[in-house]
Design a protein around this ligand. Structure first.
Ligand code: CP
Length: 310
């Protein structure tokens, strides 16, 4: 794949599939430029952003906030507990208000899948929307920072063998990553409890037990067991899950030396991933978190370029 950076300009970022390949590559290249100290365009300081998080977040929320500060964008503070959300204000009315007071871009995380449809169909709401995660739907900004991290390591996606292992059906990260990695030519494998595996994954890759995958793959991406999205109580003890489906220290010894370990985090240490592997030499989990800031700078810039063009 020939990589030339072109200026990306988009109105919203809602799903990963809405991006063209050249836009994905353009965002990766721009994020790398920011990482290596590119100058910040002066006009970005004229814009306002609000981060509306209806589900808890450390990385997405705080790295967007860091990205906004680095770009000089003014951030309007918002907290569901102290806003009129606590009086029953709807998501639509919160975003309508943000738009009316002059917020240019809203970063939204919400438990409802596809929450953004009503917002982007509004004739009144003018704010751009960046999806910071919608239920078990999509997490496009996580996907882009994951792609940046993989690209930094290998310089391409074509032919890379990537395993996505864990709580697949509840994971928005799995959905966004499988769609875009497949489109960019990676060979995908899935692993984890069969009850969290759905037919939709067959379209993008092949199921294998984790013991079959460890010697095979270039990237192993573990997913958090999302207890908060499970309807019934615990189906596995932590130790049972770790031994049956997790990347244990023993399994990690079977990885090729150049294979990288990824996880969107937060990590359930010693469940999907052994504690001592989180910061091991093959882990890129800390790089993923750092890259998140630069990728979100690139995304915000692309959205605000879109606004400047009208
Ligand atoms: N990876 C991720 O989305 O983390 P947070 O839930 O902390 O934002």
């Amino acid at each position: 794949m020939i990589i030339n950076r072109e200026q990306v300009s988009i109105k919203h970022l809602l799903t990963i599939e809405a991006l063209h390949d050249n836009e994905v590559i353009g965002l990766i290249k721009r994020a790398q430029e920011f990482k290596h100290g590119a100058a910040i365009p002066d006009h970005l300081k004229d814009y306002y952003a609000a981060n509306l998080f209806f589900e808890n977040s450390t990385r997405t929320h705080k790295s967007f906030e860091m990205a906004e500060h680095k770009l000089g964008i003014k951030v309007i503070d918002f907290d569901t507990k102290t806003s009129s959300v606590s009086k029953g204000e709807s998501l639509y009315d919160t975003v309508l208000t943000m738009s009316a007071i002059g917020v240019d871009v809203c970063v939204i995380r919400h438990w409802e899948e596809n929450y953004y449809h009503q917002l982007i169909q509004s004739k009144t709401i003018r704010s751009s929307i960046i999806n910071g995660g919608d239920g078990s739907g999509q997490h496009p900004t996580q996907c882009l920072l994951d792609l940046m991290t993989i690209y930094e390591e290998f310089g391409h996606f074509e032919g890379l063998k990537v395993a996505i292992a864990g709580d697949l059906s509840h994971s928005r990260v799995a959905k966004s990553n499988m769609q875009m990695l497949n489109r960019l030519g990676a060979e995908l494998y899935f692993s984890g409890p069969k009850e969290w595996y759905e037919d939709q994954f067959d379209v993008y890759g092949e199921y294998k037990e984790i013991d079959e995958l460890v010697e095979l793959v270039d990237v192993i991406m573990l997913l958090r067991v999302q207890h908060e999205r499970h309807e019934s109580g615990e189906s596995f003890s932590k130790e049972e899950y770790h031994q049956a489906y997790g990347l244990t220290v023993e399994r990690a010894k079977q990885l090729k030396p150049e294979t990288i370990i990824m996880h969107p985090a937060p990590v359930n240490r010693d469940v999907e991933l052994a504690d001592e592997l989180v910061e091991s030499y093959q882990s890129r989990i800390v790089s993923q978190m750092s890259n998140g800031v630069f990728m979100r700078m690139a995304i915000l810039e692309a959205i605000l370029e879109g606004k400047a063009k009208g």
